[in-house]
Design a protein around this ligand. Structure first.
Ligand SMILES: [Zn+2]
Length: 225
């Protein structure tokens, strides 16, 4: 019997791999799963085969893996626990959004259904965690939503930071100290393809220039109204 936290981490990695794929129904390459979990491809394959035997995933040798509807639902519920715990740690415990991801990585495997629903009630049924990641419903559903990054968004129009697609504490600190947290209003001034950089300005702030990699992890929406 595999420890449930291991199973849950695999389900989560495959789920997140699937949501980063361009088209629905494609398989997540095993190399990507192994890299996300920091294990060798051999270990990942053994584990994914076990998931397939439990009916949680479909594995195709030399191609990759995808979750079955049952696997998808379990993965979404792990993310639900993770994201509600993060929000609870920030809003109720007063922790920084920089430090809550690592705590939630552990707590997501141990908090009970009852506690999670109590947290959800207490926080007023929130839809997003402190990083802007959507919180799945108790049924494990997320409304898919396309967001531009600072590499693809329109230039010279008001934007609202919606989601930060990286949990690295150093990156989150950089985001915070430059006024780029979810909810902040910003505008891309120029995009320089030769230098691979984006120049942007926030409210009452001097413009800053960031690299394309950082820009790709800042997701935004039009700040209408
Ligand atoms: Zn997190």
């Amino acid at each position: 019997m595999l420890p449930s936290s291991t199973v849950e981490n695999y389900l989560k990695a495959i789920y997140q791999g699937q949501s980063s794929l361009a088209s629905d129904g494609r398989l997540v390459p095993m190399g990507q799963v192994a890299a996300a979990l920091n294990v060798t491809p051999g270990t990942a394959t053994t584990m994914v085969k076990a998931l397939a035997e439990s009916g949680l995933a479909e594995y195709e040798p030399y191609t990759g893996v995808r979750l079955t509807p049952a696997g998808e639902k379990l993965a979404a519920l792990v993310l639900r626990r993770h994201r509600l715990v993060e929000l609870f740690l920030v809003q109720v415990m007063g922790m920084s959004w920089v430090e809550v991801h690592d705590e939630a990585e552990k707590l997501e495997h141990v908090v009970s259904e009852r506690l999670i629903e109590r947290i959800d009630d207490m926080l007023g049924h929130p839809t997003h965690d402190p990083h802007g990641d959507p919180i799945p419903t108790p049924e494990g559903r997320i409304t898919p939503r396309h967001l531009d990054s600072l590499l693809t968004c329109p230039v010279g129009t008001p934007l609202r930071v919606t989601r930060i697609a990286d949990q690295d504490p150093a990156f989150l600190r950089f985001i915070e100290s430059n006024g780029l947290k979810p909810g902040q209003l910003i505008e891309v001034e120029t995009r320089d393809t030769a230098a691979d950089s984006v120049r942007l300005c926030g409210q009452n702030r001097a413009p800053i220039t960031i690299g394309a990699r950082a820009a790709s992890k800042l997701l935004v929406e039009a700040a209408a109204g």
